[in-house]
Ligand binder design. Sequence first.
Ligand code: ATP
Length: 232
Amino acid sequence: MLEITGLCVDYGTTRAVVGLDLRVDAGEAVALLGPNGAGKTSTLHAVSGLVPVTRGTVLFDGADITGHSPSEIARRGLVHVPEGRRVFPSLSVDENLRMGRIAAAGRKGWTEADVYDLLPALVPLRDRAGYALSGGEQQMVAIGRALVSAPRMLLLDEPSLGLAPVVVQAVYGALARIAADVPVLVVEQNTVAALKLCHRGFVLSAGRLALSGTADELGDRDSLLASFLGKR
Ligand code: ATP
């Protein structure tokens, strides 16, 4: 479904991603792991058209989307939930969710009611402004808005970042239900949460692929992973 081949991303003279090959098949949840600065976010940004691709190709559903604009890529249904959530601060939860319809481009997606079913913690907050939400609530709204935009695949950047363990559980519980419906590629430093959700994982170190395998294989290579990631 998503096939990244030989991806290189540069910022001036800094090479952030070096020849990465990665694929996500239909029906799969895949984790992209690694320490700070490993190139995970740069990979997602390159896939979504948010930073230029220096070299390599990105295919989505067989179509070459390398270098396409972020809006064009989102219109194809490859939907990015960025780190830091980017909830509209002055819009209510309900309005934030409805904004997802703009990117749906006529595809049938989740309704706002479906999102409230999946994330009942948002029900009492539907009229609350984005700026007044906690980090976990913002993360749920960002995921909900992505669902309303009728994703054919979701790219998630550190959905657990800065959240209390109990909130991480709630967010990952929702992601497990979403992943039954939509393939996901999730960038995480929380390896435990990500490998519980995902079938396979890729570990980046200094922009290069350091390890890949099934979630079980990566979970078993604890000491090696710990050297990249630290234990959580
Ligand atoms: P984090 O978890 O901290 O976000 P990451 O694995 O997502 O880390 P990236 O953010 O992709 O890593 O960063 C990869 C490398 O590219 C780092 O060396 C980083 O300093 C550099 N980098 C990232 N964004 C920029 C930028 N806009 N300009 C210059 N260098 C950048």
